[in-house]
Design a protein around this ligand. Sequence first.
Ligand code: UN1
Length: 500
Amino acid sequence: MGHRDILIACGLTPAEIEGGAMAVRTPIDGAEIARLKTHGAADIAPLIAKAKTAFERWRQVPAPRRGELVRLFGEELRANKEKLGRLVTLEAGKILQEGLGEVQEMIDICDFAVGLSRQLYGLTIASERPGHSMRETWHPMGVCGVITAFNFPVAPWAWNAALAFVCGDPVIWKPSEKTPLCALAVAKIFERAAKKFGGDAPEGLLQVVIGGRETGQILVESRDVPIVSATGSTAMGRAVSPRVAERFGRAILELGGNNAMIVAPSADLELALCAIVFSAVGTAGQRCTSLRRLILHESVHDTLLPRLTAVYGKLPIGDPLTQGVLVGPLIDAAAFAGMSKALEQAKKEGGTLHGGGRALADRYPNAHYVHPAIVEMPSQTEIVRHETFAPILYVMKYRELAEAIALHNAVPQGLASCIFSTDIRETETFLSAVGSDCGIANVNIGPSGAEIGGAFGGEKETGGGRESGSDAWKGYMRRQTNTVNYSRALPLAQGIKFEI
Ligand code: UN1
């Protein structure tokens, strides 16, 4: 299947993918695969207005019925999993297994959201006043802007959108300018589901805006977009968050991670080895949950590190559509430059480098394949505290668990973390209030590859947002506290007397 066939199979038409100003390239060989028309500032206001009108209708459709639309969408995704998975691989460069996994993640969150559509539970609360009842209800919030990153071009959108739809909110999606085709393909799949759903799906429930930073900024600044959910770098979050706050909008941020694994003396090293490799080199180190810091107990360091460097030396690097390849390309030249710069700095800061450097340059002169790198660091220097979006794994040693946890938490980011240990005292400490400070903390599992059932997100520079499972749906609704007086008197709260 040629690269263009992948686009056509996803229902994208030549008219849509040719002749525009925005070039889309595949990181597989750097070739241009599409030219898209972009939305100018003047195009966005009518889009937002359309979403607002859609909201007025959609919020009146009963939630379980809204869930039916998401169920149909999930079915369409199931039917198109292979095609869309290929497109994810073509556009983002992750291996096909991971492209398919990402679509599965969309299907999973649809299933979750369908169940949720018959829940969206509020509370009943005991009132202090006789003849009064109190409750808490959840109502649709309004238009939800979803800004997504190149590395996961479809799943994080689905975590937001599937919940937003059942919660009664229309979605405007601004995908990364590096992966807009996935968004257009998903919109087509959604359209089919909406058609099957029939009359009560208003037009404009899902709209995709194509463009750069300025396009996203319009959503971020619009008072008609009460929720902005953004996935991307900490720098992006720093720009988005104050702008949304300035107009008292709600921002759901999922930003950088600097995820670590502690390998304790009692760890099952076979498990640890597999988990390290998957989480450090999977998606070519371009997950926000990728393993970036390995904190090894001094007693396991000399056994594990040579085994790890041996596996790294044999990793199949290549075209991510080819079966058996485990490491695809970096997204672009800038990502490669970022990796090279970080490795230079790590060496200056006392690091000993294993691997790294460009791979397959002769075969793919316009793409950026790399040998994943391991860097033994004398301490947690500045570069180690920085998130470089590439397959670089910094390795450090520790003696006491408290020291490892302190090291673990001494970075600005707080997304995902894990410990490999079979000692319950250590694992429970890691998960306790004095353990990992991250939004995700795992035991005997790597930091990446979370299931959709839990809330996804993290603290500190990761932005504090939670998406996907658990009660993340509350982020897409407005909470209302109701007090109802069914008595014939008007007693005031706090026993206040106020007689007229
Ligand atoms: C991301 O990199 O932005 O936990 C999302 C994981 C995936 C999602 C990653 N389920 O690695």
